[in-house]
Design a binder for this molecule. Sequence first.
Ligand SMILES: Nc1nc2c(ncn2[C@@H]2O[C@H](COP(=O)(O)OP(=O)(O)O)[C@@H](O)[C@H]2O)c(=O)[nH]1
Ligand SMILES: [Mg+2]
Length: 352
Amino acid sequence: MQIGLIGLQNSGKTTLYNTVSYSSGDSNRTVVKVPDDRLDKLTALFNPKKQINATLEIIDIPGLQLSDEGKVKISNDFLSKVKNNDALFHIVRQFENESVPHPESSVDVLRDIKFLETEFLLADMTLIENRLEKIQKEILKTKNEQVQREFPVFKKLQEHIEKEIPLRDLELDESEKKILSGYQFLTLKPLLIGINFDENSKDSVKEIVEKVKSVFSNANYEIIPFFGQFEFELSQLPEEESSVFMNDFGIEESAFTRILRTLYQLLGLQSFFTVGEDECRAWTIKINMTAQEAAGVIHSDFYSKFIRAEVVSYNDYMQYGSFPKCKEAGVWRLEGKEYIVKDGDILNIRHS
Ligand SMILES: Nc1nc2c(ncn2[C@@H]2O[C@H](COP(=O)(O)OP(=O)(O)O)[C@@H](O)[C@H]2O)c(=O)[nH]1
Ligand SMILES: [Mg+2]
């Protein structure tokens, strides 16, 4: 899964990137481990040679520049960088800092959110219009079925986006999604908005988040407040010290943990585990995936050669402490390929 950090310049993207990325240096692409208490506990029980957390790729996309007319320039470079992102994380600046100029000269979260959304809507509108023109020409020339199928879908998008509503708010069925999968619509990508506060303005967090939520009450995205600079500094401290500071400050979990949880919700993701003496591992899958599909995430052969899945839920395993005891208690199950995997299931795939 790949997440792109986007936003105006000096909103705190690189600061956040440096907070979550272990590697230092000026690379703008990093793979981070998804922390999971449950996996840590399974590792403590199985004592495997290695623990493999789920991972997430985070990309620090260079800040959007304003043109002389005060518009965001959506360059081809920008588009190529967001292309493969599964979700966009828009970092909006709420912190005041005189030595760091705001591209719009003042701090205004509502304006910046609206601003980027408007530019993204315009970019998508242009893409849709251009494609529709081409489709219409091609339909006249050829009887290409693929192109004919695209036409009503693009018409639907156009009608929707002309109301200035992001495409992510539009209901699309599987076949429509498939037709659109090759195109890059900015407003179709799942969106998370991170509001970057200064540690001194902690008391205003609630009020500002409420305000944003009420102004954009129909919006189909999540909002996360965080303290960019402060949380970066915490991340540089040893664990024991940073947790003391966090407690004093009144944040229970790091920005990263909160961001991850929200991302999983937003993208409809969950984890299952595989355990053993060699490795204990967390895997990320979509909610509602079947046992066979989950097996395919481990290895494509496991999909085609799937026989059954041995399943114990994490909570049951923790309660009974071993597979034999889970069997005795009747919580160890053999499930077929249609079984819908639950968050925290421990799976062992039987395959031919
Ligand atoms: N006071 C304050 N400064 C911040 C905060 N977050 C980032 N900065 C500063 O703002 C400047 C720009 O941040 P950066 O992360 O590079 O922004 P980017 O352009 O979005 O990547 C840096 O000097 C940061 O130290 C914050 O929460 N509070
Ligand atoms: Mg940057």
